[in-house]
Design a protein around this ligand. Structure first.
Ligand code: F6P
Length: 508
């Protein structure tokens, strides 16, 4: 850690701690000053509002974190990422996910636009019946090749989908069997989504899906397959016709790949025009993230809050509650984004990190979670910073009472966490002063959705830069994979405990 970075952390730690109540008391304009908003593009353009007033961020902390951002070279790293320079040094790669939605380096954005047009041609052709009657798509992928599509399809097709999409990730055959049960093989396409086109779960599931088509009378099963990959050669070798291979650049990381051809099931379900609206929403966040500085930069300000709780208040987890069924899968998505990106123990320079890195991201959907885990948030011994995410417009068409109760509960939880309550006895005492932030959207439409995801991508990047971490590699997932391969191949030496488990399962 450089002297400047170390001094900046010391300054952050030295900022006097005030309670949320004290912060509000001292500053009448706090609610407005610690909020921000983003305008979205498009005809019915909405807004996304961000409210950090119920976090412990104050002017002194923001100033101290701005000094950290300067010392950590945030502006230069941000420019390097958008310019397509190598920002993933351990793999010698750029990180060009923003180019996939038209931001940053012009040549990379142009290349991305061409790939998008190729995807558009296939999506339109399928919608026009070029591959016959297509009613269902089984999208097979895992991790970054599944979580984004699953979330986006779930969020954006609540009013109906042009094609019924099932995302299957787990190697447990039950997951695939459930999709089979919901689909008619005669009208089903298979998308095989894998950046590397080697992932064992995906390739095993893909082979079983082809066998299912063949067993159910489909004459040319491989003619029903679309490949979404950064390894097009491997897809062709595997038997996918080149015309149905939708490539994306190797510089797009798995967990950042929703904007690439990995988003094919989303485009097929909602239509290409809406898919482009999703990209435009993300692009609006890119423009803001590139132009705004210091606390005015919303993803960066979120990272100030994240790091304050992780490193200074030693909070081990951070929770995200979507008060909207459309975003029910968002906590799962953010878990991979944040924990696979920043769950690291060395810096980009391969030195030990100087403090805790990514908190454990968890969460759920409101109001369900209130009746399950909020007890700990209000009265447990852990302090958990919470993000609430809600939409002013409802996702349902029932009695407006549903949405009113949903929103009032969301806002009440933030207020209660902060205010606490003396209670009649210790069991009924709520300590309060527990932090939360609220992200309030006008609606969950494609542009808003794209903006929400891009906001979290940049928040993750900002966290990484301020900690000196490379957020774009994920070597931590390799060791377990290697050992599983060893077992599968009948080799490897294992500890006695593992050996006993293998024997018990008949795998020894
Ligand atoms: O095991 C982790 C991981 O490498 C993720 O980073 C990635 O999103 C996922 O596996 C799937 O990889 P692929 O798209 O190459 O099949």
């Amino acid at each position: 850690m450089s002297d400047a970075v170390s001094a900046a952390w010391d300054a952050i730690a030295a900022v006097p701690r005030r309670t949320l109540g004290e912060l509000f008391h001292a500053d009448e304009g706090r609610a407005a000053r610690f909020s921000g908003s983003l305008d979205l593009p498009g005809e019915d353009a909405g807004q996304v509002r961000f409210d950090w007033s119920k976090t412990h961020l104050d002017d002194d902390l923001c100033t101290a974190f701005e000094a950290l951002a300067d010392a950590a070279g945030f502006a230069a790293m941000r420019r390097a990422m958008f310019d397509g320079e190598v920002v993933n040094p351990t793999e010698g790669r750029a990180a060009t996910h923003a180019a996939m939605r038209g931001s940053g380096d012009a040549a990379k954005a142009e290349e991305a636009a061409a790939l998008l047009r190729r995807m558009e041609m296939l999506v339109d052709a399928i919608h026009d019946g070029a591959l016959g009657n297509v009613q269902h798509l089984i999208h097979i992928g895992i991790g970054g090749s599944a979580l984004g599509p699953a979330l986006a399809v779930d969020a954006l097709t609540r009013d109906g989908a042009r094609v019924d999409v099932h995302v299957v990730s787990n190697i447990d055959g039950l997951a695939l069997e459930r999709a089979f049960a919901a689909c008619d093989p005669a009208t089903t396409l298979i998308a095989v989504a894998s950046k590397t086109f080697t992932t064992i779960e995906t390739m095993t599931n893909a082979a079983s899906a082809l066998a299912w088509l063949a067993d159910n009378g489909v004459a040319d099963p491989s003619g029903r397959v679309v490949a979404l990959t950064a390894s097009p050669g491997k897809a062709v070798e595997w038997g996918v016709d080149e015309t149905r291979v939708l490539p994306f650049p190797e510089t797009v990381g798995g967990r950042y790949s929703l904007w690439s051809s990995i988003g094919f099931p989303v485009a097929l379900a909602i239509g290409m025009e809406e898919f482009r609206e999703m990209l435009a929403g993300a692009q609006a966040v890119d423009a803001h993230f590139q132009a705004a500085d210091g606390r005015e930069n919303l993803p960066l300000r979120a990272a100030f809050s994240d790091l304050y709780y992780a490193r200074i208040r030693e909070c081990q987890t951070r929770a995200v509650f979507a008060y909207d069924e459309r975003l029910a899968l968002l906590p799962d998505y953010l878990q991979q984004l944040e924990m696979e990106s920043n769950g690291k123990r060395v810096t980009a320079g391969q030195e030990p990190v100087s403090g805790p890195t990514a908190p454990i991201t968890w969460g759920g959907v409101g109001t369900d979670a209130q009746h399950a885990v909020f007890q700990l948030l209000h009265q447990g011994t852990h302090v958990v910073p919470v993000d609430f995410i809600a939409s002013i417009a409802p996702g349902d068409t029932l009695d407006p009472a549903h949405h009113r109760i949903l929103l009032t509960n969301c806002f009440a939880q933030g207020a209660a966490l902060m205010a606490g309550d003396k209670g009649e006895d210790p069991a009924r005492h709520f300590p309060g002063d527990r932090p939360s932030a609220t992200i309030l959207c006008d609606d969950i439409d494609p542009a808003t959705f794209g903006a929400l995801i891009a906001f979290h991508e940049h928040r993750t990047f900002a966290n990484a830069v301020l900690m000196g971490i490379n957020p774009f590699d994920q070597f931590g997932v390799e060791l377990g994979k290697r050992m599983a391969r060893d077992i599968e191949a009948g080799g490897g030496t294992f500890d006695p405990g593992t050996r006993a488990l293998l024997d018990a399962a008949g795998l020894g």
